[in-house]
Write a protein that binds this ligand. Structure first.
Ligand code: ZN
Length: 625
């Protein structure tokens, strides 16, 4: 508490020296209408001034700190409210202040003008986009009576009449705000439906604002349904939820629905710039852009970050006493990677220099950048390059350095590579998020990306192969490669008898599989005629199958056969012939320009015959390297 006045009671904030809850709540109105806030109680003012004087040299604040415990906890501290978080101070007080929701405001304005307002509204959207603010604004719009007390419902609530003020301060008796997260049961709804029947106390409409309405129980929803169906004319329901898919359809169908959009980062940045201006804080454009990006579309989250950034800047201080929010501070505060560093890291990854990648990671880590932020930053760069490839560098890229880098990458990388990089980084990001040691996970993930980055994607591979195949050099080197076929000469002009032999073997296999397979594997035919077989055996075959073969041939042909070993040139056995044929096909395939190119591109790759290789059956393709 003691250092709060030091931080926020600085001279530049003249008008904030005497703030009260009411005054600050009305801050938006004041800035709009130039009204001096009338409700400021006089009491807190001198205390704040004392505090400021005491605190002028910042060190003095340190000194009085020890005596603090002496003072009982009940002392003035609570009465001094020098600061109010930006998100509450700058809650939109008019629809025109509500940024990024133009479509909704237009629809509402039309409905109010034509007096065709639904009796139940549902506001959906991520946290901090302005759902509750919108609900309060609608409440004001409906209940405003204008500065003269004569006005009707309006899209421009005056902000100064009693209903407007009371609603802004959350104390209007007919505007009931509920949080379904804490009051989700049926009892709450019963009370509500009971109360709905009574007329308003002072306002035109009795308005129920139910936040996080999806949290209500099923019974509570059912109980609410009847009232939602036919509420009394003086009642409006304004429901807000972040999880619209958890809402029962029966409720959805009874509400007019407004989907509040995430607010685009540039719009957020300019909004924050406006607020900094009002707060007398100087902020670098890049700093605000980073805050806006970190806000992810939520005004409230963005303002919380901005709050922190301003506190940081205040702590650092400056010679002339002005608060300056620099990009460097915000970067440090958010643990963001510097854009130059991001690019250097990606460069290292893409150039395949593992040692540089690790050095870059170490350097960023030493600067306090979280591993998860490194991964996020790399993804961001890849995303930017991809977008650049499609539509040129975006307007938010300010530095020429960054522009040039993005353009160069957009040219050098294919769309397929970019998507592959994205997938790999996304996977790495998930791993870093869950890994016990995020730094190690980030190193591994980035190295994996590095190794995979120079591997072409399937589309790129085909392209590359076609390219290589069309190169004349390959055609010239054709012609070697054959000759290493089977153990027997595979010139294998199949002897006329060949077909007969195979037919015979098939017949034998039918009757006696064992003998048949011996014949297929091990018998090289020297001479084959009806009733005569001269043969040689494939070396290494155990035993002599001559008797078996003779018997089998006698059986299948009904003739008496002479079977004997023979001299001279022999045909390869059926199995050897098959192997030779396969080898020849293989050699022929290797002569195919496309395959030759593939082997050249991947030295050491082995062509796998999928039909005969069981270990690869499960995969549609495979590559051994
Ligand atoms: Zn009003």
């Amino acid at each position: 508490m003691a250092d709060s006045p030091d931080m926020f009671g600085d001279p530049p904030h003249e008008e904030e020296n005497t703030p009260s809850a009411a005054e600050l709540e009305a801050a938006g109105q004041v800035s709009l209408f130039g009204d001096p806030a009338p409700v400021a109680p006089a009491a807190p003012a001198p205390q704040v001034e004392e505090a400021v004087q005491e605190a002028v040299p910042p060190q003095v604040v340190e000194a009085p700190a020890p005596p603090a415990p002496k003072a009982s906890p009940a002392v003035p501290a609570p009465t001094v409210q020098p600061y109010r978080v930006l998100a509450r101070k700058y809650r939109s007080q008019t629809f025109s202040e509500l940024i990024g929701q133009d479509a909704m405001v237009q629809t509402l304005a039309n409905a109010i003008r034509r007096d065709r307002l639904a009796h139940a509204f549902l506001m959906t959207g991520v946290r901090g986009v302005g759902k509750t603010s919108t609900a309060r604004l609608i409440a004001k719009a409906l209940n405003c009576i204008g500065p003269d007390g004569q006005g009707g419902p309006t899209i421009d609530p005056c902000g100064v009449c009693e209903p407007c003020r009371a609603i802004a301060e959350g104390r209007h008796i007919d505007v009931i705000e509920m949080d379904a997260a804490s009051n989700r049961g049926i009892d709450t709804v019963r009370e509500l439906t009971e109360a709905v029947r009574y007329a308003t106390v002072s306002a035109r409409y009795k308005i129920y604002i139910i936040d996080e309405v999806h949290m209500m129980t099923k019974e509570a929803f059912n109980a609410l349904l009847k009232t939602l169906e036919e509420p009394p004319a003086h009642v409006k329901f304004l429901l807000a939820t972040t999880e619209v898919n958890m809402m029962p359809v029966t409720v959805l169908s009874r509400c007019q629905r407004f989907d509040l959009k995430r607010i685009p980062a540039p719009l957020l940045a300019s909004h924050f710039a406006m607020i900094c201006g009002k707060e007398g804080v100087e902020a670098e454009d890049e700093a605000l852009a980073m805050v806006a990006a970190a806000a992810e579309g939520s005004v409230r989250d963005g303002l919380s970050i901005l709050d922190q950034a301003i506190s940081h800047a205040d702590l650092v201080g400056s010679e002339d006493g002005k608060t300056r929010v620099s990009a460097e501070q915000v970067r440090q505060m958010l643990g963001l990677a510097d854009k130059t560093m991001q690019r250097r890291l990606l460069e290292a990854v893409l150039s395949g220099k593992g040692d540089v990648v690790l050095a870059q990671v170490a350097q960023q880590y030493a600067l306090g950048i979280e591993p998860i932020a490194m991964m996020r930053a790399q993804m961001d760069v890849i995303h930017r390059v991809t977008v650049t490839q499609i539509g040129g560098v975006g307007p938010d890229v300010r530095s020429t350095e960054e522009r040039e880098a993005l353009e160069a990458w957009a040219k050098a990388l294919t769309a397929g590579q970019l998507h592959r990089l994205w997938q790999l980084l996304l996977k790495g990001y998930e791993e870093v998020k869950t890994a016990p040691d995020p730094l190690v996970a980030a190193q591994m993930a980035l190295l994996r990306v590095m190794h995979a980055a120079d591997m072409p994607d399937p589309g790129g591979l085909v392209k590359k192969l076609e390219e290589l195949a069309s190169r004349p050099a390959i055609a010239a080197s054709a012609g070697e490669g054959s000759g290493a076929g089977g153990p027997v000469a595979q010139s294998a002009a199949p002897v006329a008898a060949g077909a007969d032999w195979e037919a015979l073997v098939e017949q034998v296999e039918h009757v006696s599989p064992l003998v048949g397979s011996t014949m297929r594997l091990g018998v090289r035919v020297v001479e084959l005629r009806q009733g005569l077989l001269r043969y040689q055996l494939v070396p290494g075959l155990p035993g002599d199958p001559v008797a078996d073969i003779r018997r089998a041939l006698n059986t299948v042909t009904g003739d008496v056969w002479t079977v004997e070993p023979g001299e001279g040139e022999a045909q390869p056995s059926l199995e050897e012939a098959k192997a030779a044929k396969a080898a020849a096909a293989d050699a022929a395939m290797k002569q195919d320009p496309l395959v030759k190119a593939a082997l050249e591109a991947f030295p050491g790759a082995v062509i796998v015959d999928e039909s005969s290789s069981r270990e690869h059956e499960k995969r549609p393709w495979s590559k051994r390297a």
